[in-house]
Design a protein around this ligand. Structure first.
Ligand code: AR6
Length: 167
């Protein structure tokens, strides 16, 4: 039986099998958590991403973690918030599910997610957290540990309020 854990901090420091990156569809890096992951993993990550040829919103691709403590990086592309009636919620749920499916196929037991789409892409944080947790609950027993990695204390509080069973 797996567990969902809420952790506050920098996802690049986590000792897990896989970290998820909130990328853009080029997969060639950017700001926010994407920039932090590329900086920490080193230039080999960009070279590996180049060979993937991009990724549509709602899908996921995997590369090694290179200099990260994590063995793998799973790159997923969240939706840009456009008001909520352009399929954003289905795309965001798909990011979590597709990432978890790719992780499972690679034998990942421990995985950490950032709050996909809630930075530059503008997704309302409360709604995004509910979608993230719903997907994590669906898959929790396929993993030892799924971590929701929150960058700020306010984000971690939001997740904790939505998840009484989380650790
Ligand atoms: N560890 C954990 N979470 C982090 C970290 C970190 N080191 N840094 C930021 N966050 P964002 P998006 C949180 O903007 O909205 C990039 O340029 C941050 O506080 O990184 O999906 C890509 O290339 C927020 O809660 O991703 C895309 O172009 C969350 O990560 C675009 O931004 C997501 O914020 C994707 O936008």
């Amino acid at each position: 039986m797996g567990q969902i854990r809420i952790v506050q901090g920098d996802i690049t420091r986590l000792e897990v099998d896989a970290v998820v990156n909130a990328a853009n569809s080029t997969l060639l890096g950017g700001g926010g958590v994407d920039g932090a992951i590329h900086r920490a993993a080193g230039p080999d990550l960009l070279a590996a991403c180049r060979s993937l040829g991009g990724c549509p919103a709602g899908e996921a691709r995997i590369t090694p973690g290179f200099r990260l403590p994590a063995k793998w990086v799973i790159h997923t592309v969240g939706p840009v918030w456009q008001g909520g009636e352009r399929g954003e919620s289905a795309l965001l749920a798909s990011c979590y599910r597709e990432s978890l499916a790719v992780a499972k196929a690679h034998g990942v037991a421990t995985i950490a997610f950032p709050a996909i789409s809630t930075g530059v892409y503008g997704y309302p944080k409360q709604q995004a957290a509910a979608i993230a947790l719903a997907a994590m609950r669906e898959w929790v027993d396929d993993f030892e540990k799924i971590i929701a990695c929150c960058f700020s204390a306010a984000d971690a509080d939001r997740y904790r309020k939505l998840c009484r069973e989380c650790i």
